[in-house]
Design a protein. Structure first.
Length: 568
């Protein structure tokens, strides 16, 4: 069956799964709330003290939120995840209600304190959402589709939230935004009630692993030192958020001082970046299988920078909206291209740690951008500040061009034929292109002679197999079930259910295969490279409770040459 048909089936399965449907809609509401309230607070700060106040308030929200962020991950491991998710949404509803009261009639310091509390509660949701999705999906295809839709609804939330912010600001000011989205957060929490979820055991990671993150961070720094190019890419990936930090502070000033419109327009301008991000994400399909990423990285930086630098040239709302959207598209395109090159350039066992360090850099650059924006506005004025910020972006790319070209020459590029084989497999059909490249990179070629056993019934499952040449037969209790050929796959049941192999697979002819390690397979299916151990535990526990008979092959609908009822 073709990948598009499989994609449609997988999305329909997610829509038909009541629990996944509710969790995804709640996640959409969460993302709309996050950005709408963030912009509302910065507009309020701008009203009180201009760009200086807005920059200080942005930093004041970012730093405590960054320190509290690990709590969001631990909540999902220490209680039932549906309860943890609902608790996070309830905390956001209460914090936004408090913020609305403070914005309505309280002194600014009280309003800012309430904004910090609201910002901290935001950190409780995303990690738990990512952890609960694997527990609600019934098949690997459904899980991959749910992860794909999570990214889509997140982008839509970034687009819709600021638009609603503009409407509410125009009607009644920032307090109305906080009040309305207190209700939105409460609705999101209500959607988590009655989820089809079995009891979650506490994480098995105990005190012995308490220093694990520190060791991981140290190892990540060591890997960066071993590969200077990785340091550059990780830094550039974080540095793009400097521009986002500047923009967040400037939206209100741009609306009032440059466009000479009301502060409510600030939300619409912020939504333009979300719209551009969606368009840029769609354009990343052009990157699939490209041997060189440097032109895409440089192109994304140039588009992003010139979009920002051109804003003061023609200060009209429609033009400014379009330019911010162009800059957002360039940023997303750059982000995916840089991430892909980084994945190609470092050892797989260190990639999660390096991306973890990059997350820390993102918070740092957001704070630096928020702190720098008032200084730029005071020294240059809003218009020239956009020019300076925009021109800095491509100049940074030019300065790093030689290093990036050297990284590109050394990088391991996935084979185009491998990518086509992977894309035809339902389990991987919905993965973003850069994640599919990561899977392709991790595939290990192996061969077996005719008559040899590839996997044996009852053995422990350790890897996933993709057949690229030859023929193999699946047998159970001495009975032939089905034959496998080019493009067929097997071995996923034992990995997903954490059970012994349910069948024997024997080579009929000499065969060539590509194999994927258990951890890497589960990481790709669950969509999380950063916390594979927890995801593995939960998806294995849930799937192992299901009937493991031959009729329950969770490998999806493999197409005409496959038998959905074959155990492997």
């Amino acid at each position: 069956m073709s990948a598009p048909g499989t994609t449609t089936i997988a999305y329909r399965a997610v829509i038909g799964n009541r629990s996944l449907r509710r969790v995804l809609f709640a996640f959409f509401l969460f993302n709309a709330e996050e950005f709408a309230v963030w912009i509302a607070v910065l507009i309020y700060a701008y009203q009180q003290g201009g760009t200086t106040a807005a920059g200080i308030v942005a930093i004041a929200q970012l730093i405590p939120a960054a320190l509290l962020a690990p709590l969001g991950a631990t909540m999902g491991d220490r209680m039932r995840r549906d309860r943890a998710l609902g608790l996070g949404y309830a905390a956001q509803a209460a914090a936004n209600a408090l913020l609305a009261v403070a914005l309505w009639g309280g002194p600014p310091l009280v309003a800012y304190a309430a904004a910090i509390v609201a910002s901290c509660t935001i950190t409780l949701t995303r990690p738990v959402h990512n952890a609960i999705v694997p527990m609600l999906a019934d098949t690997p295809q459904e899980l991959t589709a749910a992860n794909s839709l999570s990214g889509t609804v997140e982008g839509l939330g970034v687009l819709v939230g600021p638009v609603l912010n503009s409407v509410l600001i125009a009607i009644s000011g920032p307090a109305a935004v906080a009040a309305a989205f207190a209700g939105v957060a409460a609705l999101a929490g209500a959607l988590t009630l009655g989820l089809r979820l079995t009891e979650t055991r506490p994480s098995r990671r105990g005190a012995a692993d308490a220093d694990g993150p520190l060791r991981a961070a140290v190892e990540g720094f060591r890997e960066l030192r071993r590969e200077p190019g990785a340091t550059l890419l990780a830094t550039l990936g974080g540095a793009q958020y400097f521009v986002i930090g500047v923009l967040d502070v400037f939206y209100a000033a741009l609306a009032v001082e440059v466009l000479h419109m009301g502060e409510g327009v600030a939300g619409l301008l912020a939504s333009a970046a979300g719209l551009g991000g969606l368009l840029g994400a769609a354009a990343t399909a052009l990157l699939v299988g490209r041997r060189r990423m440097t032109p895409a990285i440089e192109g994304g930086l140039v588009v992003m920078g010139l979009g920002l630098a051109a804003i003061p040239v023609w200060p009209r709302f429609a033009v400014t909206f379009a330019l911010i959207a162009v800059a957002g598209a360039g940023r997303t395109f750059f982000d995916v291209a840089a991430r892909t090159l980084l994945q190609r350039s470092v050892k797989d066992e260190a990639i999660a740690r390096i991306f973890g360090l990059q997350e820390g850099l993102i918070m740092v650059f957001l704070a630096v951008g928020s702190a720098t924006a008032p200084v730029m506005a005071a020294v240059l004025g809003i218009g020239w500040a956009f020019v300076a910020c925009g021109l800095t972006v491509p100049l940074a790319g030019v300065a790093s061009l030689a290093t990036m070209r050297a990284i590109d020459r050394r990088a391991v590029v996935p084979d185009a034929a491998r990518l086509r084989l992977l894309r035809a497999i339902p389990i991987f059909a919905l993965l973003p292109e850069y994640e599919l490249e990561q899977v392709s990179w991790n595939l290990v070629p192996t061969s077996t002679r005719a008559g040899d056993v590839i996997i044996r019934e009852g053995d422990e499952g350790d890897r996933f197999y993709l057949l690229v040449e030859g023929e193999a037969v699946v047998e159970s209790k001495g009975r032939e079930i089905v034959r496998r050929h080019l493009g067929d796959y097997f071995g996923e049941i034992a990995l997903l259910r954490n059970v012994p192999r349910t069948a024997t697979v024997r080579a009929v002819t000499d065969v060539e295969m590509l194999t994927l390690d258990r951890e890497q397979f589960l990481a790709a299916v669950t969509g999380s490279w950063s916390d594979v151990s927890v995801a593995n535990e939960e998806i294995d526990r849930r799937l192992s409770e299901l009937d493991i008979g031959g009729a329950d092959d969770l490998g999806g609908d493999p197409g005409p040459s496959h038998n959905r009822n074959d155990p492997d």
